[in-house]
Write a protein that binds this ligand. Structure first.
Ligand code: CUA
Length: 320
């Protein structure tokens, strides 16, 4: 009952592991429902026995001492045989599910994700593409995500698509998932990693396979021509101020690695690790004082004249 209330309360808006959108999460949800069903059955049986025992006590007081089962037999059945059977069923189901979830697929798309406090670097090693916080995948194709961390332990969790796997410094863990349908699936760091742990989110964006190929091609193609208009001034500002010390933009002299690669920033839906929508207003606020939006992150306030800020925004939004 309590579980049903909790499930109901999680309802719309936040992604639920009980609303699976791929084979891995489907399997996990099945295990969850089996566990719930068994727990409810045990609860009902124990409740019924408690009621029964209170009635039997009265019957015993009235001199009726007949038992359906000897006391020893009751303990052997109810205390040993039934729990052992239930635990055996759960052991077989969970071990076989885990084996299935970790089984390698034929021809998966390989992606590398590295956790940083508090954002995600995303690399496509076979295509030489680097991005951040938004992971494009082709719908229907298995994806093999290799996970590691640059600093502390994080945990990669997209409830609608797969289980959780930790990102551990110096170690490479693998998570396998498939998104059945195109769509946007929200992910979240699921291991406490510092004050912005709760705002270490990301998106998995499942595209139609052809749209995914287009996306990869666009990102691996030679960098676009130097921008014109205010964006050209923005590029000059980006390369000559503190921006370039921390961020990389393909095809420019900006090669910093302590912040996210911004080569395709204009095509991202969100900024600040899925913190807010990527629009000019939020971007301006972020550049001027990222600490107000996400206290404790590594980005210092950047002081610029208003027209310089507008030029920088125009430049970043032009990088797609
Ligand atoms: Cu990263 Cu919590």
């Amino acid at each position: 009952m309590a579980a049903a209330l909790v499930v109901g309360a999680c309802g719309s808006g936040s992604p639920s592991a009980l609303d699976p959108k791929g084979p891995a999460s489907e399997r996990i949800a099945q295990v969850w429902w089996l566990m719930l069903a068994l727990a409810v059955a045990v609860y009902l049986v124990v409740g019924a026995l408690i009621l029964l025992s209170s009635r039997r006590k009265r019957a015993a007081e009235e001199g009726d001492r007949r038992l359906p089962l000897s006391e020893n037999a009751f303990i052997w059945v109810g205390g040993v045989a039934v729990p052992t059977a239930i635990l055996l069923v759960l052991a077989v189901v969970t071990v076989s599910s885990t084996a299935e979830l970790t089984q390698a697929d034929d021809d998966p798309l390989r992606i590398e994700v590295e956790g940083f406090k508090w954002w995600w670097e995303v690399r496509y090693p076979d295509a030489d593409v680097v991005t951040a916080n938004e992971i494009h995948v082709p719908a229907g194709r298995p994806v093999e995500i290799e996970l590691t961390s640059a600093d502390v332990i994080h945990s990669f969790w997209v409830p609608e698509l797969a289980g959780k796997v930790d990102l551990v410094p110096g170690q490479r863990n693998v998570l396998r998932l498939t998104a059945d349908e195109p769509g946007e699936y929200r992910g979240q760091c699921a291991e406490f990693c510092g004050i912005q742990h709760a705002r270490m989110a990301f998106l998995v964006i499942a595209d139609e396979p052809t749209a995914f190929e287009d996306w990869i091609e666009r990102h691996r193609a030679p960098p676009p021509d130097p921008p014109a208009g205010p964006a050209a001034e923005g590029e000059r500002i980006f390369e000559s101020t503190s921006c370039a010390g921390c961020h990389t933009i393909r095809g420019t002299s900006a090669r910093g690695t302590s912040g996210p690669d911004l080569s395709d920033f204009g095509s991202r839906r969100t900024l600040g690790a899925a913190l807010v929508e990527n629009n000019r207003g939020n971007l301006g606020g972020w550049i001027v004082n990222a600490q107000a939006l996400k206290p404790g992150n590594l980005m210092p306030p950047v002081s610029l004249e208003p027209d310089e800020l507008q030029a920088l925004i125009a430049y970043l939004e032009s990088r797609r």
